[in-house]
Design a protein around this ligand. Structure first.
Ligand SMILES: O=P(O)(O)OC[C@H]1O[C@H](O)[C@H](O)[C@@H](O)[C@@H]1O
Length: 535
C-alpha cells in the first residue's frame, strides 16, 4: 500500500497547511451554523467537534486521505477477521466479543459460550459469601476493568469491594491484604499470556498470604482469566476462564478479562456494556465516512499530528468515576500507535501516536491547565461531560440539592474551560481590567501581557446523557475505532507491542546481577545504579 505521505490527499493537506490561518472566534462569528455543522451523534454519544482547528476544505481533504489510504477497506478486513496483526499473524476481533448471540460475526458460538460461563460465575460470586475481590493483572489485564469498575461505582452492591493490584512493587498488594479475610476473598489472576512477571509475582504472594492466613479450599478462592490455560492450571488454579489470541490485551475488557467488572455490576449490566460497544461498532461499520464519528475523530488526530504538528492531546473527563480513563487511553493509543515503521517494516518519515494524558476535571484545572491556556504549545483538549450524575444511593433532600448544585458547577467548569481555550483574552482586554492581587510596582502593559491568553486553542466536547454500562461501552468503542483509523491512515500495525519487550529482557538479565554484583559489560550509569541498589 502506498505510504500515507505519498498519497495525493496528503499533498493537498500540506498545501492547506501552508496557508492555514483559521481563527475559531471569527469562524463562529462568520458562520452561525458552525456548531451545528460539526455536531455528531453515535450510539448515544454526542460529540461537538466545532471548536477544532479545521474547516470544510480540511475536512474534505481528510476524507480523501481516508479514501486513498483505504481506511474503510482496512476496517472491513478487521471486522471480517483477517490477520491484520501481521507481525503476530493474528486476527483482531474485539468487536466479535460484543456482537449479540446469533450475529454473523466470527466465532460467535465460542464467544457466547465463554460469556455465559463467565457471567454465570460472576453471578455466583455476587450471591456467595465473598466480600472482597482482588484482581491481579497489569496493562491490558488491569486498566480496562479497573477503569470501568470506578466509572460504574454507582452500580456496585454495598457488600462487595473490588481491589486492583498491578504493580510489582509489593506496596501495591501490601496495601490491600490487611483489609482481607481469606475465607471471604476471591483472587482473580488475569494475564493473557500468564507469563507476566508482575502478575505472577503478585499472584504467588497472594497465594502465600492466603495459606499463611489460614485460608482453606484454595480452588474456591482463586480464579484465572487467561489464554494460557495450562500455565494457569500449573499455578494451581482450577477455575480458568479462557480467551483467544485474537483478543489484544488492551482490547480485552470485553472478554473474560472483564470478570471483576461483571462481578461488580452483574451480568445484565455487563451485557449492556457489550451492547453499547456493539452499537458503536455498528456505527463504525455502517455510517458513511463523512458522518462516521471514529473516522472523523481519527482523521482530525492525523491533521493535528502530521499537519499542525501537535504532539500531545489531553483528555479531561469531568466525572470523578472516569479518573482512570486517561491511563486507559494511554495504553490504548500509545501502545497501539506508538510505532516508527509501517506494516512492512519500512521506517516512517512522519509522526505517529501523540502523547495522551489528562486528569479528571475540575482537578486538572488547578494543576496543568495553566500550560494549556498560556503555554507555548497547542494541546487539543477533549472534554467529557455527563449530564446526569449517579451517586449509587438516594441522597436525603438537603444533600441532594447540594449535590445537584455541585454538578451544575462541574458542567459549567468544563464548558467554560473549552470556551476560555478558544476565546482567550486580548492584550487590550487585560489592560482594561483591574487585577487586585498583582504587584502594583509592575508596569501596566507588562502585567497585561502576563494576563493575556492567545486563545484559538482547540477542544472537543464529548457529551453523555449519563455514565452507565451502555454509554461507557459506546465511549470506549469510539476511542478504540478512532485509534484504528489514525493507525490505518499511517499504515502501521496498531495491534502489536514489540516496544515493551526490550526492557523486560534487560530486566531479566539485570535481576541476577543484583545478587552477584557483577557489573561486567554494563555502561557506567547502569553499573552505578546497580551498585547503589546493592549498597
Ligand atoms: O495479560 P498479560 O499477558 O499479563 O500482559 C499484560 C500486558 O503486558 C505487556 O507487556 C503488554 O505491554 C500489554 O499489552 C499487556 O496488556
Amino acid at each position: 500500500m502506498t505510504r500515507a505521505d505519498r498519497l495525493p490527499a496528503w499533498g493537498e493537506l500540506q498545501k492547506l497547511r501552508e496557508s492555514w490561518s483559521l481563527d475559531l472566534r471569527a469562524a463562529f462569528q462568520q458562520d452561525s451554523a458552525r456548531a451545528q455543522r460539526w455536531q455528531f451523534e453515535a450510539a448515544g454519544v454526542r460529540v461537538d467537534l466545532s471548536k477544532n482547528l479545521w474547516d470544510e476544505a480540511v475536512w474534505s481533504g481528510l476524507l480523501r486521505l481516508a479514501e486513498q489510504a483505504e481506511v474503510l477497506a482496512q476496517r472491513d478486513a478487521m471486522l471480517r477477521g483477517e490477520a491484520i496483526n501481521n507481525t503476530e499473524g493474528r486476527a483482531v476481533l474485539h468487536t466479535a466479543l460484543r456482537a449479540p448471540a446469533g450475529a454473523p460475526t466470527p466465532f460467535n458460538d465460542e464467544v457466547q459460550q465463554a460469556l455465559e460461563r463467565m457471567l454465570g460465575f460472576a453471578e455466583q460470586v455476587r450471591a456467595s459469601g465473598i466480600r472482597d475481590v482482588v484482581h491481579i493483572g497489569i496493562g491490558g489485564s488491569d486498566l480496562g476493568p479497573a477503569m470501568a469498575v470506578q466509572a460504574l461505582q454507582a452500580d456496585l452492591p454495598p457488600h462487595l469491594r473490588l481491589h486492583f493490584v498491578s504493580n510489582v512493587d509489593g506496596q501495591d498488594l501490601a496495601a490491600v491484604l490487611p483489609q482481607l479475610q481469606p475465607q471471604t476473598t476471591l483472587f482473580i489472576v488475569a494475564s493473557k499470556t500468564f507469563t507476566t512477571q508482575e502478575t505472577l509475582a503478585n499472584a504467588e504472594a497472594a497465594k502465600a498470604w492466603f495459606l499463611a492466613a489460614g485460608g482453606t479450599e484454595l480452588a474456591r478462592h482463586f480464579a484465572a482469566t487467561s489464554s494460557n490455560r495450562e500455565a494457569a492450571q500449573a499455578f494451581g488454579i482450577e477455575s480458568v476462564f479462557g480467551f483467544w489470541d485474537w483478543v489484544g490485551g488492551r482490547y480485552s475488557l470485553w472478554s473474560v478479562i472483564g470478570l471483576p467488572l461483571a462481578i461488580a455490576i452483574g451480568a445484565e449490566r455487563f451485557r449492556a456494556l457489550l451492547a453499547g460497544a456493539h452499537a458503536m461498532d455498528r456505527h463504525f461499520a455502517e455510517a458513511p465516512a463523512e458522518r462516521n464519528l471514529p473516522v472523523l475523530m481519527g482523521l482530525l488526530d492525523v491533521w493535528y499530528r502530521n499537519f499542525l504538528g501537535f504532539s500531545s492531546r489531553s483528555v479531561a473527563p469531568y466525572h470523578q468515576g472516569l479518573r482512570r480513563l486517561p491511563a486507559y487511553l494511554q495504553q490504548l493509543e500509545m501502545e497501539s500507535n506508538g510505532k516508527c515503521v509501517d506494516r512492512e517494516g519500512n521506517p516512517l518519515t512522519f509522526a505517529t501516536s501523540p502523547v495522551v494524558w489528562g486528569e479528571a476535571g475540575t482537578n486538572g484545572q488547578h494543576a496543568y491547565f495553566q500550560m494549556l491556556h498560556q503555554g507555548t504549545e497547542t494541546v487539543p483538549v477533549e472534554f467529557i461531560l455527563v449530564r446526569q450524575p449517579r451517586y449509587g444511593f438516594q441522597p436525603p433532600p438537603a444533600l441532594a440539592a447540594r449535590l445537584a448544585d455541585q454538578h451544575r458547577k462541574l458542567l459549567a467548569n468544563g464548558i467554560a474551560q473549552a470556551q476560555a481555550l478558544m476565546q482567550g483574552k486580548r492584550f487590550d482586554e487585560a489592560l482594561g481590567e483591574k487585577a487586585p492581587t498583582a504587584n502594583p510596582q509592575l508596569a501596566a502593559d507588562a502585567l497585561a501581557r502576563h494576563r493575556s491568553f492567545p486563545g484559538n486553542r482547540p477542544s472537543s466536547l464529548i457529551l453523555l446523557e449519563q455514565l452507565d454500562a451502555h454509554s461507557l461501552g459506546a465511549l470506549i468503542a469510539l476511542y478504540e475505532h478512532r485509534v484504528f483509523v489514525s493507525g490505518a491512515v499511517w499504515g502501521i500495525n496498531s495491534f502489536d507491542q514489540w516496544g515493551v519487550e526490550l526492557g523486560k529482557a534487560l530486566c531479566s538479565q539485570l535481576l541476577p546481577r543484583l545478587d552477584s554484583g557483577d557489573v561486567h559489560g554494563l555502561d557506567g550509569s547502569t553499573a552505578a545504579a546497580l551498585r547503589w541498589v546493592r549498597a
